[in-house]
Design a protein around this ligand. Sequence first.
Ligand code: SF4
Ligand code: SF4
Length: 371
Amino acid sequence: MTVAVVRAEKAEDVAKALELLGGMGRFVKNGERILVKPNVCAAKPSSTGTVTDPELVAEICLMVKEAGGEPVVGESPIHPFRSARVFRKAGYGDFQKRFGFPLVDFDASDSVVVKVPRGKVLREVRVARTVLECQGLINVPVLKTHLQTIVTLGLKNLKGLVPGEDKVHVHVRGLDEGIVDLNTLFPSRLVVVDAMVGMEGELGPTNGRPVGMGLLVAGDNVVEVDATCCRLMGLDPRRVPHIRKAEERGLGRTQGFQILGENPEEVKREFDLPDHPELNKFMITSVLLRLYHYARKPLDLFLGRERVQRPEGKVGLKEDSCDGCTLCVSSCPVGAMTMEGKKPRIDENSCILCLCCAEVCPRGALYRARK
Ligand code: SF4
Ligand code: SF4
């Protein structure tokens, strides 16, 4: 298993990474249908570090085609964003017309429920039918921070195989293990991380700050690629719960593999990372907190409020940035948000501080504040 780190200013530089890995022919057999899965999570261009550069995706499709495969691009953005708008604003609206490769909107296409034989928290999951119709998967995420999972790279990118609202079930069942479950079901043959422009800060994956890294990271094992990306961000990969769990479940290693091309120590940047220890703690207890929300009164009677702790802090609103779009209200899994006039109001007693609202806010108006 090998990871390649190459300097990249433009999409064509992906050829340098593939050359180090032995060429696209290693990953694609003649006549195979190959799903190319970018991260197109929100309605922002790739210059913000939010989504994969469409030119990079097209370049990979071209290489797949030249290797004898039939590439298909597919994605489902963050729920409840409207996929058509996201694709348009992220530079994917005319993808098929511009590059000649099909783009499947997983939210608007047929989907099926499949069993997850090696699932720990997911026994079954709904995925777009296109995913099952492809013989191989090339995973093309962005190098970014994430307010719930510290980073979002190759492993986490597979959540976009699950259409629309069904993503909420992955969160409710346990996001970290759910991410690993998805990767047991759909292993990536090749991962190419768009680190030309990444994203840092507490408000990744949609509202963080862009970081010009000028890199691409590619490899044949998703855990190794993610671990390398963490090191490029100045982060120990084993501090990221879903990467650690993926390693523990035998999906790959976080160290002891070969890295070709640039030396990560020489090209890394110290990223401003989310406040992860507390969030980790929250993610581990999130299922309990959700249960607590729905069974609050009986639990209060038996346990007393102080026995079941909510994470410290609250959701803050930058009123000047909010345009009253209501997306946050529809994203809240426990109904803690309502619109009061043109601004959202948060019921702090119901809020479980999952930050789903901050993740979807297109204007970065919501943030995690101290009490
Ligand atoms: S942080 Fe609170 S208000 Fe925001 S989505 Fe989660 S529960 Fe709802
Ligand atoms: S806080 Fe963000 S998501 Fe919520 S209404 Fe305002 S702009 Fe929309």
